[in-house]
Design a protein around this ligand. Sequence first.
Ligand SMILES: [Zn+2]
Ligand SMILES: [Zn+2]
Length: 111
Amino acid sequence: MAMTLLHGRFPSTCCSRAQTTIVLSRPNGFVTQNCSCCGKPRSVRPTDLPERYCLRCEVRLDVGYKWNNYVYRCPACGDESEVAKLVPKWNEMFDYQGYGLDSDGAMLART
Ligand SMILES: [Zn+2]
Ligand SMILES: [Zn+2]
């Protein structure tokens, strides 16, 4: 499974400056930035999205909207990639990191 981890440009507001990870929170392409510490989701503004570059043109991608979802769009070649298709689903992400919602016991057991 190809998984790109996009981290929000600003730290989470709940845990002390924890990093956030952008995940797909609903199947329709709605993305949130979840605290990597406690998993709490927060809405994503365009300015929260990390900078990405076009691999072909090596220019910085613009952030735009398509069907109400965020897309990265290359101003040079017009290539578009939907943010929702780049990032993991929130449950994959938090299972992957061992931070599933009901895995507190498992986390404690592991440490
Ligand atoms: Zn948190
Ligand atoms: Zn390009």
